[in-house]
Design a protein around this ligand. Structure first.
Ligand SMILES: O=C(O)[C@H](O)[C@@H](O)[C@@H](O)[C@H](O)CO
Ligand SMILES: [Mg+2]
Length: 383
């Protein structure tokens, strides 16, 4: 079998789909994208296609190593997202060629169903109580919300009280009937993380995510030493080589690699095993589309330490398109009581509605960009 063509489509809300065709008619789909830099990743995918055309798509390990090591400059969000989407499509092809889901190729199921969680509250956390109430009726009991809005390197007691008050309100309304993660989203400096973690301790959040920016990772063990709240990170880490330093330093209890940013199924499967060796839980990041989610689930169902799966149904980014809008086998993604079952179909288990993708891409005018926030003094704030 030989790879004959790579085609990409940027689509609303902020995703990109990759279709890899072969000379035997089997097609694989991937979702290579960095939110806000889709065109850059698209260029990287097509630069890499020169290594792939004419190659056997079933030689995933060799193609992965070639894509990674053929470039003298390697790693980082753009190249590893391009490799991720291509890797997903290669696994899709291999599974379809053999007539089995990818999880079978990775050794089979370790669980019958996978726990998922839902976002509440949006960019500027608001209306979280109403959102939680609504989603509880849909069967969810685990949620995630942003912890703060703009926050200065050093900020006021009022800002801290605002952040903590919102969490206190959740616990007051729902007690321990629900769980929730708090995403600091890189908005919180190391000094303010120390203040916030101490103030949040009594409310026992399930985890605090990106307690500081990934470039401040040396603070993870220091922050972990002062709190019992499990710390989570990983959406802005892109390979085993990024994660190995975090495992060695300690402090992170939950890793959140993104299957569309961290080298795909091949790399995240290896990262998951590294995490298990360090007694670290796996909770793949996935605020993206259905192909990315399907790739996450293939790794979740073969990883003993997988505990939670992010999915983007109703997420505040999904304007103009929802998680399953480009999917034909929507029922396979049904979430019952917050759990999702293994995707039964061969390959990644997602049947992409190609006509819908092409039409949406043709009409897709506006590239998504994250907002640029500023502090009251006019300086740039972390979003
Ligand atoms: O945890 C999450 O889902 C993420 O922090 C998410 O909010 C961001 O990754 C966003 O997609 C960046 O554009
Ligand atoms: Mg996050």
């Amino acid at each position: 079998m030989k790879i004959t063509k790579l085609t990409t489509w940027r689509v609303p809300p902020r995703w990109m789909f990759l279709k890899i065709e072969t000379d035997e008619g089997i097609v694989g789909w991937g979702e290579p994208v960095i939110e806000g830099r889709a065109r850059t990743v698209e260029a990287a995918v097509h630069e890499l296609s020169g290594y792939l055309i004419g190659q056997d798509p079933r030689n995933i390990n060799d193609l992965w190593q070639m894509m990674y090591r053929a470039g003298f400059y390697r790693g980082g969000p753009i190249l590893m997202s391009a490799i991720a989407g291509i890797d997903q499509a290669l696994w899709d092809i291999k599974g379809k060629a053999l007539g089995v889901p990818v999880y079978e190729l990775l050794g089979g199921l370790v669980r019958e169903k996978m726990k998922t969680y839902s976002w509440v509250g949006g960019d500027r956390p608001a209306d979280v109580i109403a959102d939680i109430r609504r989603l509880r009726e849909a069967g969810f009991d685990t949620f995630k919300l942003n912890g703060t809005e703009e926050l200065g390197l050093l900020d006021s007691a009022a800002k801290v009280d605002d952040a903590v008050g919102r969490i206190a309100e959740i616990r007051a309304a729902f007690g321990n009937e629900i769980e929730f993660g708090i995403d600091f989203h890189g908005r919180v400096s190391a000094p303010m993380a120390r203040v916030l973690l101490r103030a949040l301790e009594p409310y026992r959040p399930l985890f605090v995510e990106e307690p500081v920016l990934p470039e401040q990772a040396e603070h993870y063990p220091l922050l972990a030493a002062q709190t019992a709240i499990p710390l989570a990170a990983g959406e802005r880490m892109y390979s085993r080589y990024d994660f190995k330093r975090v495992f060695a330093a300690g402090g992170i209890a939950i890793i959140q690699p993104d299957l569309s940013h961290a080298g795909g199924i091949s790399e995240c499967f290896r990262i998951a095993a590294m995490a298990e060796a360090h007694d670290v839980a796996l909770a793949p990041h996935c605020p993206l589309g259905p192909v990315a989610l399907a790739a996450c689930l293939q790794v979740d169902f073969v990883s003993h330490n997988a505990v939670l799966q992010e999915q983007s149904m109703g997420i505040h980014y999904n304007k103009d398109a929802e998680l399953l809008d480009y999917v034909k086998n929507r029922d396979d993604f049904r979430i019952e009581d917050g759990f999702i079952r293994p995707l039964p179909k061969p390959g990644l288990g997602v049947e992409v509605d190609e006509e819908r993708v092409i039409a949406a891409s043709a009409a897709h005018a506006q590239d998504w960009r994250n907002p640029v926030w500023r502090h009251a003094d006019g300086s740039v704030a972390e979003w």
